[in-house]
Design a binder for this molecule. Sequence first.
Ligand SMILES: [Zn+2]
Length: 414
Amino acid sequence: MKKLIGPFTQILTLSGLATKGPLNDGQLEVITAGGMLIENGLILQTGRFDRLHAAHPDVKVEEVTGENVLLPGFIDCHTHLCFAGNRAKDYSLRIQGETYLEIAKAGGGIWDSVTQTRQADDATLVQLLQQRVARHFSEGVTTIEVKSGYGLDLPNELKQLRAIQTVAKDSAADLVATCLAAHLRPKDFNGSSAAYLEHIVQHLLPLVKREGLASRVDIFIEQSAFSSAEALPYLLKAKAMGFQLTVHADQFTTGGLQTAIEAGAVSADHLEASTSNEITLLKDSETVAVVLPGASLGLGMQYAPARKLLDAGACLAIASDWNPGSAPMGDLLMQAAVMSAAEKISAAEVFAGLCFRAASALNLKDRGIIAPGMQADIQAYPCADYREILYHQGKMKPQTVWKSGQNSHKNIPD
Ligand SMILES: [Zn+2]
């Protein structure tokens, strides 16, 4: 059944923008006094609300009151939302001056979250994930990537991926699962890092494939995790099994990005340590650069070179990296807004990075732009001009979020 939603003071469609490279706000298509015609969860048409209404006088109208700016729903293409416990102790040590790598060596870090997540039963893990997904959705995130990687053995990686599958069945947001069994060599694995990765290829990935638990594989390439030499054969084997690839690359030291590109990864994420050499490699590839300002905020370190990446012609997506260690805040818009002020990223580049360029990082072609045929995943902010959204640095939240045209959340009741 058709439905007309509106009127919106502005609709920011993000239509017609380049998939890579710099963007300026003058390129943004803004429809004023706009409406959106929806059918079967897809966008049928956008335009002036009064004209759409006149052309479709019998259609059901979902009226929007007050000032409203409509955007595509955000796509958070990198999160670790499926975890138990917290790492407040690590955080406290970090703000007392210890580094991430020092804390990891001393038994904190990812291994601490592995221990806490292994201890949680299925129902607890599902409930924790449901709560975080619901919060993210209420903040305008209509598609959420979720990684495993706090199990690090067969039963616990499967427990995490099955929890993601369970939550995905009835959550308002779409979830995209990624297998990150290669987050860290588990301390209790009896063998080398290379042997652990081979163990994953032989025993876990076939089960993940058989149960349809994830179509993507990720690895953390870093001094504290896996080397490029260990990662490349792992990535190529996963690719040969039909998985799409993504890589935690260049967070503290370089090397990961080059490996991601060599393996043909869809995205390379982090890039805080990337220099002009790595940026040159990236711009000539099809790999999407995903920057994670929440991790820079949590670790008190520099942002990834987002401006340089855009100027070099990269496709730049922005994600939250929401995780219990380095990025506990999980507020995607706030993180993007704060980074945009520091890195000089225009509103057009920020919204592209949160919407259609983030969709590219997940290889999704049906969302992230307000255009006919796209999923009607949309969100409305209580303001008259889209520029107010970043101006409030993430404090202004959407008052309504729609998934596939369904208004499933209202922060402010009618
Ligand atoms: Zn991450």
